[in-house]
Structure formats: structure tokens, C-alpha cells
Design a protein around this ligand. Structure first.
Ligand SMILES: [Zn+2]
Ligand SMILES: [Zn+2]
Length: 181
């Protein structure tokens, strides 16, 4: 039985970090360009605010909301282009769906249908979904779990939030060992 749990695979810390880093720099740059382009279209290309359109506050509201919407859409596409690869899904098909379906519907469909993130067991290299607590092949502990109900717990928890079990009593030292590293 292998309860190994090394310090650089703490699931909580790693997850938030990589989600943010997943957005590629080209889509960040493109979203800024899109935002500025929308401001330009609303305020400059119209012959000046005195000639056309409604009062200035309304124009600012429209340009700001359209710019924000377009910029977030570009960020979303960038996120999907990376996210699709770590889920063993086909990048070509899903990028096409996200881009072609109007108003972000493709992106919503993507988030409803996407597969779980795939990782590898550090012990035996079996490919498995990241939500797993144990490796199905070698029983390597992928995430800290309660010793009584076997649901996921945080490394810093003293008691299980699901069943109230005293986690310090557990005969599995992995959780405590990784916390004291
Ligand atoms: Zn394994
Ligand atoms: Zn429990």
C-alpha cells in the first residue's frame, strides 16, 4: 500500500494557479485590442460625439459594455483552446463550435459537455480523471480523503466536513505528512 503524497502535488494550490495560467497571452493581448477597437468605433469613427448618437453617458455605457463583452469572449476562447487539450478532447472541433455558434452559446455547450481534466498517477503513470481520490490501478492516494466516509477533505482540516470524523485519528499518515513538510 502506497500512501505517498509529495509536497509539489497539493491539489488545492496547484489547481487555482494553473486555471489562471491556462489563458494564453495571445488571447489576453487580443482582448485588450478588441476593447480599444470598440471604444474607437463608438467614440471616434462616428464623426464625433456632437454629431451622431445619443448623449455622451449613454455612448460610454454602450461602448464599455460591448468592449467588455467582446474582450471576455476572446479570453474565453483562449481558455477553451488550452483547456480542451488537457481533457483529451478534439481541439479542432471544439474551437470551431465555440467560435461559430453565436453569442457564446458554443462556449456554454463546451462547459456543459467537457470531459474531466486528465492527469497521470505519479506512481504508475496510469491516466486518470483529476477528481479521483485514489489511483484505480495501484491505490496511490491522489488527494487527501476522510478515513471514515472517504470523501475529499482539505489538508488543513482537523475534522471531516461531511461526517465529522476526527481526521487526526486516521491511520493514514499522508495528509498529516504533506501538511508538515
Ligand atoms: Zn497508480
Ligand atoms: Zn468523512
Amino acid at each position: 500500500m502506497n500512501w505517498g503524497f509529495d509536497s509539489n502535488s497539493r491539489p488545492d494550490v496547484e489547481k487555482q494557479d494553473s486555471e489562471l495560467r491556462l489563458i494564453p497571452s495571445w488571447s489576453v493581448a487580443l482582448s485588450v485590442v478588441m476593447f480599444i477597437a470598440v471604444q474607437f468605433l463608438f467614440h471616434v469613427d462616428n464623426g464625433g460625439p456632437q454629431h451622431h448618437g445619443g448623449p455622451a453617458p449613454v455612448r460610454w455605457l454602450f461602448s464599455y459594455s460591448w468592449g467588455t463583452a467582446l474582450a471576455s469572449y476572446v479570453l474565453l476562447i483562449g481558455y477553451i483552446s488550452r483547456d480542451v487539450k488537457r481533457r483529451n478532447m478534439s481541439p479542432g472541433i471544439w474551437m470551431l463550435i465555440a467560435l461559430v455558434m453565436p453569442g457564446g452559446i458554443g462556449a456554454i455547450v463546451y462547459f456543459l459537455l467537457r470531459q474531466p481534466v486528465m492527469t497521470r498517477c505519479p506512481s504508475c503513470r496510469t491516466e486518470l480523471a483529476s477528481g479521483f481520490h485514489f489511483c484505480p490501478q495501484c491505490q496511490f492516494q491522489m488527494a487527501p480523503v476522510c478515513g471514515q466516509c472517504f470523501r475529499g477533505v482539505h489538508i488543513t482540516d482537523a475534522f471531516c466536513v461531511q461526517c465529522g470524523h476526527d481526521l487526526t485519528e486516521d491511520s493514514m499518515p499522508a495528509r498529516l505528512r504533506s501538511f508538515s513538510d
